[in-house]
Design a protein around this ligand. Structure first.
Ligand SMILES: [Ca+2]
Ligand SMILES: [Ca+2]
Length: 307
């Protein structure tokens, strides 16, 4: 049995819980003094998110004062939680289920991890418990002597995506950070611990299966140490109703067409990177500051219904 130290942490609650009741709001919305709010744990393009909010006769959230910024940031802090476990895997290609180690991925669509292994870090995303079943995605990072990474549509099956251009993604002596996501039936793998950033493999499964179990393994000459974390929001960046689509650099709250009297942009934002960033989001990973981003990217979002 591999050693396991299991910890669970919830971010500090600093909010004004009593400000959020359920008065007169659509199902799933919480109310505060500014209206009803819905925080998505799914993701959509900016236009898609706006459409979702419109169905509830609302709009993407406005943050027009420092008080509104504080209230929304506190709400996100209160509802964001993550848990972490440590896993040791031997050189035996034996899969260790996170579920058996106290980590449940049900309802999640991603996780992040730091792994120390010379090569051959394997991750299985399975519908049922049993990586030998057909309903398993198998991800290999740093296989083939740490020269190649792949996504397979079952254990040891055909390669659906291959990445050979990043030699030595793993290290025998250092932990390396990665993320894996299966949101919207798209299997994605990236560097770093911010889900959605620095992606290096992707497979859009046209005949997808659910992911209810995650397991990790090493083998083929390598053992491994893993620190694995799941959080409830993916990717933790939330579209706001703020855009400069109409006139570059003129940020406007839509559809109200209010001008920007208060802003909480992060460092060097908005930067209109690649001339393609015309929609604004609030970022849980950047101290709840705002960034401009590509409107076509899929992000979490916050809907607001005015009472
Ligand atoms: Ca822009
Ligand atoms: Ca930007």
């Amino acid at each position: 049995m591999a050693p396991c130290s299991c910890t669970s942490l919830a971010l500090v609650l600093t909010g004004i819980l009593s400000a959020w009741a359920q008065d007169g709001c659509p199902p799933g919305f919480s109310s505060n003094t500014d209206g009803c709010f819905y925080v998505s744990n799914t993701e959509a393009t900016w236009a898609g998110a706006l459409g979702y909010c419109n169905i509830e006769h609302g709009h993407l959230a406005y943050i027009e004062t420092v008080e509104q910024q504080t209230l929304l940031a506190n709400y996100l802090k209160q509802h964001y939680n993550e848990s972490s476990i440590h896993v040791t895997t031997a050189n035996d290609y034996h899969y260790h289920y996170l579920h058996d180690l106290g980590m449940d991925v049900t309802g999640h669509t991603s996780f992040t991890f730091n792994v120390k292994a010379c090569h051959d870090a394997h991750i299985a995303l399975s519908q049922d418990k049993g990586v030998d079943s057909r309903n398993t995605y198998e991800i290999v990072i740093g296989g083939w002597s740490d020269q190649q990474s792949v996504i397979r549509d079952c254990k040891q099956c055909a390669h659906m995506d291959t990445q050979k251009r990043i030699p030595h993604p793993l290290s025998c002596s250092q932990y390396r950070p990665f993320w894996v996501s299966w949101a919207n039936n798209i299997i994605r793998v990236g560097h770093g611990n911010i889900v959605g950033k620095s992606q290096f493999m992707m497979w859009n499964d046209t005949a997808p299966h659910e992911v209810n179990y995650v397991a990790v393994a090493t083998g083929f000459g390598s053992s491994g140490e893993w620190d694995i974390t799941v959080g409830n929001y993916w990717p933790g960046q939330f579209w706001l109703g703020l855009s400069d689509l109409a006139v570059e650099g003129e940020w406007t709250w839509l559809p109200q067409q209010g001008s920007l009297n208060y802003a909480n942009w992060g460092p060097n934002e908005p930067d209109n990177a690649l001339n393609r960033e015309h929609c604004a989001l609030i970022d849980i990973h950047r101290n709840f500051t705002w960034s401009d981003d590509n409107c076509e990217e899929r992000r979490n979002f916050i809907c607001q219904v005015d009472l």
